[in-house]
Write a protein that binds this ligand. Structure first.
Ligand SMILES: [Zn+2]
Length: 286
């Protein structure tokens, strides 16, 4: 599934890859965005679609840079039509590390939204111009990325922040169980909203249904992964008992003390085939 992606850039050693499905989806995004613009709508639409995925890549780079600073290597970033995924060589286990890695992405999106809004409000572009509409649209999209990613839909950013908060008191496994349950409930709600929409707020969206599937199965998979990790770190009582018995060395009778008239000697070099117990001639009494 991850094989159909090709590298489009490399930032500080992190390959940024684009999944083939995004290449197919980009014109659709461009066509959708074109509605916002008056002159050359398709050109502006495509530019907005490409900028959206640059924003997503910057969001993922936010996660990646903090992860690297905390000592977690990043394999790559893959951009999908439903968003981006930064693949870490291993997930931070310390709640504090997980919190900072998770919050970094949404903070990048918030900063981008603020910068684009400031550019639009600065008066650099004529009012009602396409350039202003472009900045407004991308600012809104980055705000949406910020809010949506902070929903407690584990394993999305908000869900990871929730797990980090819970793990401090409940331990990693229980925290993951609660966060994964929360993630699955969010996924079901996303699926419902995706199919029927929210009247007056959110139109039905097949994309939201796909995201819901992704969250539901990822939450389950990551909970199982943590459960396996915890089991390998600390076996449950019955396994622990079997394991400790298996590890106990077999009971051997203590070696017999040599009799008074026996001495253990090393065999001469021409007889060395292992230690041999040789009966020595008792010494003559004076
Ligand atoms: Zn994120």
């Amino acid at each position: 599934m991850f094989g159909n992606a090709f590298q489009i850039a490399k930032v500080r050693g992190i390959p940024i890859r684009m999944h083939i499905t995004l290449l197919i989806a980009l014109p659709f995004f461009g066509y959708k965005f074109a509605e916002v613009f008056s002159a050359h709508p398709l050109t502006w639409g495509m530019l907005a679609a490409i900028t959206l995925f640059i924003s997503v890549a910057l969001h993922e780079l936010g996660h990646s840079f903090v992860a690297i600073a905390k000592g977690f290597p990043v394999r790559d970033i893959t951009l999908w039509p439903i968003g981006g995924i930064a693949s870490l060589a291993r997930i931070p286990e310390r709640p504090r590390d997980e919190f900072w890695v998770a919050i970094a992405g949404p903070l990048v999106s918030l900063t981008l939204a603020g910068a684009l809004y400031a550019l639009s409000a600065s008066g650099v572009f004529p009012e009602q111009s396409d350039a202003e509409s472009f900045c407004d649209a991308l600012s809104m999209i980055n705000i949406s990325l910020f809010v949506f990613n902070l929903l407690p839909a584990f394993p999305m950013d908000g869900g990871r922040i929730l797990r980090a908060a819970l793990a401090q008191r409940k331990g990693r496994l229980a925290a993951t169980r609660i966060a994964a349950r929360c993630g699955k409930i969010c996924a079901l709600l996303f699926a419902i909203v995706g199919i029927w929409g929210l009247p007056g707020l959110i139109p039905p969206s097949i994309m939201l249904v796909v995201i819901a599937f992704f969250i539901f199965f990822s939450a389950r998979a990551e909970y199982r992964q943590v459960m396996m990790q915890e089991m390998s770190n600390q076996p449950p009582p019955i396994f622990q008992w079997l394991w400790s018995n298996a590890r106990r060395p077999p009971q051997q009778p203590p070696p017999a003390e040599p009799a008074d008239n026996e001495v253990v000697v090393s065999p001469p070099p021409w007889q060395r085939k292992g230690s041999t117990r040789t009966e020595a001639t008792p010494l003559d009494e004076p």
